[in-house]
Structure formats: structure tokens, C-alpha cells
Design a binder for this molecule. Structure first.
Ligand code: IMP
Ligand code: MG
Length: 182
């Protein structure tokens, strides 16, 4: 019988640790956005689980919206040129935008996205990411809120995928290298 757990080298961040960290930044965001016009913008699909948990950890009024992007590039590396596959449904005028991402890696995607959205008459724009992988950063972009810093290893679970798989794992795990080498 195949079991996706067998493809995981080791658990990097447990379900409990994630829950605790998401609640903590939710509290901080609730403080920082008191009296503001908060709109959470999630980048599909990797951030859906984080988005679902994070929004329930925030106590101030908020709206949500989703967008889907694909980056042109060769193989596993992003080129930084992002194509919008699904744009937002809402007008961003006057809103305090918090982009919700799964992982900040090279930063190419987020710096491009932040650039595009900041041209839409927003009141402010910040980034919340579950994971930060600073070793691979190329673009000059930082996370205003993050839950965990991770080493330069390929991780899956809690929304993050390899080849569209493993998103439903409840924890963050390091994928066995034989999976992407085969
Ligand atoms: P970048 O910051 O433009 O390089 O791209 C970030 C995107 O690459 C994330 O939104 C993920 O979809 C993907 N990504 C980067 N590192 C990982 C990883 O370790 N596991 C799964 N996806 C990753
Ligand atoms: Mg992503």
C-alpha cells in the first residue's frame, strides 16, 4: 500500500508547532491592523491552508481575496516574470493589503506581485509568509510576518507541494530526495 508519509525524510515542523506559531502572528496582526481596512490576499494554491488558519487567528474585521500566478522560467527556478492566471475580484483602493504566502524563497514572485498590487491605490501593503528560506533570496523583499525560518531543503505539506502532491500533509516535512530525483 502506498502511504505519502513514506516519502517524507523527516518532520521539520509539527502540526502543534504550526498551530502555535500561526496563532501568535494572528495576534500580532490583529494588534497592528486595529482600525485599519485589512484585506488578506492569498496566493493560490500553496497558501490556502495557512490562509484558512491565519484568518481565524485574526480578531479585527477583514476581507479576503485570492489570486493565482505562474512564473515563467526554466524548470524549478523562477524567472521573476509573473503571469496573472486569476486576478483579484476586489478593488484594492484604500485597503491595507496583507499578501499571504506559503514560502518566501528567491523572492522573485513576491517582489513582482508586491510591485503590481502597490500600483492599485492601496493604503498599505505587507507580506505574511508561513516559511522563510532566506539562504536562497535573490530579490530585495522581506516578510513583515513569518512563522518559521527553514534551511535550504525542499519541504512539503500544510499547503506546500511537490508536483501538486503532499499539500494535505498536516505538518511540514522534508521530502526524500529520491522522490524528485527519480
Ligand atoms: P520564489 O520566492 O519566487 O522563488 O518562489 C516561491 C514559490 O516557490 C513558493 O510560493 C512555492 O510555491 C515554491 N517553493 C519554493 N521553495 C519550496 C519548497 O521548499 N517546497 C515547495 N514549494 C517551494
Ligand atoms: Mg506558491
Amino acid at each position: 500500500m502506498s502511504n505519502i508519509q513514506n516519502d517524507i525524510e523527516r518532520v521539520l515542523i509539527s502540526e502543534k508547532e504550526i498551530e502555535k506559531a500561526v496563532k501568535k502572528i494572528g495576534k500580532q496582526i490583529s494588534k497592528d491592523y486595529e482600525g485599519k481596512n485589512l484585506m488578506l490576499v492569498a496566493v493560490l494554491k500553496g497558501s490556502v491552508i495557512f490562509m484558512g488558519d491565519l484568518m481565524r487567528a485574526i480578531s479585527v474585521p477583514l476581507n479576503i481575496d485570492f489570486m493565482s500566478v505562474s512564473s515563467y522560467g526554466s524548470g524549478t527556478k523562477t524567472s521573476g516574470v509573473v503571469k496573472i492566471i486569476k486576478d483579484l475580484d476586489h478593488d484594492l483602493s484604500g485597503k491595507d493589503i496583507l499578501i499571504v504566502e506559503d514560502i518566501l524563497d528567491s523572492g522573485m514572485t513576491l517582489s513582482y506581485l508586491k510591485g503590481i498590487l502597490s500600483q492599485r491605490n492601496v493604503a498599505s501593503i505587507k507580506i505574511a509568509t508561513l516559511l522563510d528560506k532566506p539562504e536562497r533570496r535573490v530579490a530585495d523583499v522581506h516578510a513583515d510576518y513569518f512563522c518559521f525560518t527553514v534551511p535550504d531543503e525542499f519541504v512539503v505539506g500544510y499547503g506546500l507541494d511537490y508536483n501538486q502532491q503532499y499539500r494535505h500533509l498536516p505538518y511540514i516535512g522534508v521530502l526524500k530526495s529520491e522522490i524528485y530525483e527519480k
